[in-house]
Design a protein around this ligand. Structure first.
Ligand code: GLY
Length: 393
């Protein structure tokens, strides 16, 4: 049985814990202990009204983030009720593995935070097997021509527009899903998992990241030849804008790829997109939802982008040294403190989530909301600030 124990403040050069971050993390855990009772087996999807959650109905790309929070809180406390709440969700994840039409590239988010976390925290063999099955499904989305993992699944000939939109497309968000492949390689030694993750990351670096280190949200290839066609947006302001959460996925994703492979080209890419994000943030401490727009209060911010970016910069601080490491830490701190100052719901009685002011999909009207991924990365960033190093990526 492989049970990985939490290792707090394990290194000589670990940071001095910030009391405000310790206190905030304790409030997050208290909030989870309240919300898990309300939620039962349901997974939070979005909270727009009165800081109350609406829940996922069946498969949803966000369905693993609540499990991820429960596992982090379990790791911090050892409270068995948190472990049981995460494991209660297992049948829903099993159902995803049994329905090829519902799942897509986000299977990495789902299973890293649900099954891989379970395996790491409890040594449960069923959880490991589910994680490996999910990794094989993700591997099957690799398109040899073009060298990328296809993001979305066309729903069928009855919806030609969706098929046209889905086929041949890679997206920035997939960088986070690669962690499941790297984990599967470490577990099994099967090199396909690692190779596909490396090729996809390299294609992302060459096509989704622009020369000036801003990023496209998606990139389209001719699905039959793999010929690179053009960058386009899905959730951003415009095709040539820089969607803040997409940039944040790239920072965290490339930093993690470097952490698990040691390939310097991934570190350099993480550095470049992170430096660009710092430049685009200017004086702000919570990113505007798309960097093409002025950050003057006239456009929604995206706390989830801030949380992902902060966690990613702490990770960069961990994999670099000296002054450079300090630079990333300072910016990660600034982002985290921005969230604590203007988005923290853990001090708001009756709120069910952790962070306000997330922007799920602004062009579709889904802004100013609680988002389970914002909450997950908020906890991850707080824990990284405190020197914690066991995550499920
Ligand atoms: N992965 C979808 C999003 O970031 O909204």
């Amino acid at each position: 049985m492989q049970v990985q124990k939490a290792s707090y403040f394990a290194r000589k050069d670990d940071p001095v814990p910030v009391p405000a971050h310790k206190e905030a993390l304790a409030r997050c855990i208290d909030r989870l202990n309240e919300s898990r009772v309300l939620a039962g087996a349901r997974n939070p999807k979005i909270g727009k009204e009165r800081n109350r959650w609406s829940y996922c109905q069946g498969y949803d790309w966000v369905m693993g983030f609540y499990s991820g929070q429960l596992w982090l809180a379990y790791q911090m406390t050892g409270n068995p009720a948190l472990r049981e709440a995460a494991q209660l969700r297992r049948p829903q994840f099993r159902a995803v593995l049994e329905d090829r039409k519902s799942r897509d590239h986000d299977i990495g988010f789902l299973f890293s935070l649900h099954s891989v976390a379970d395996w790491q925290m409890t040594g449960d063999e069923t959880a490991r097997a589910m994680g490996l099955e999910a990794a094989r499904a993700l591997l099957g989305r690799f398109r040899e021509e073009g060298g990328y993992i296809q993001a979305w699944t066309p729903v069928g000939p009855q919806d030609r527009d969706q098929a046209r939109f889905a086929n041949g497309r890679m997206i920035a968000d997939t960088m986070q899903n690669l962690a499941l492949l790297h984990w599967a390689y470490r577990e099994t030694g099967i090199t396909d998992f690692r190779e596909v993750a490396m090729i996809h990351a390299d294609t992302t670096r060459r096509h989704l990241v622009r020369e000036d280190a801003t990023s496209f949200h998606t990139f389209l290839f001719d699905p039959s030849t793999g010929e690179p066609l053009r960058g386009e947006t899905h959730q951003g302001y415009s095709d040539d804008s820089c969607w803040a959460r997409g940039q944040s996925w790239l920072i965290h994703g490339f930093a993690n790829c470097y952490a698990v492979t040691g390939e310097l080209e991934f570190l350099d890419c993480a550095r470049a997109v992170a430096d660009k994000a710092i430049e685009l943030m200017g004086e702000t401490s919570v990113p505007v939802w798309d960097f093409a727009l002025p950050a003057d209060g006239s456009h929604p911010v995206d706390s989830s982008a801030g949380a992902v970016m902060s966690a990613g910069m702490y990770l960069l601080a961990d994999v670099t040294e000296g002054e450079e490491s300090e630079k990333w830490r300072v910016h990660a701190h600034r982002l985290l403190d921005g969230l604590l100052e203007s988005c923290d719901l853990t001090r708001v009685p009756g709120a069910e989530g952790l962070l306000a002011h997330g922007a799920a999909f602004v062009p579709a009207g889904r802004d100013d909301a609680m988002l389970p991924y914002g909450d997950y990365y908020f906890m991850e960033a707080l824990m990284r600030s405190l020197g914690h190093r066991q995550f499920f990526w």
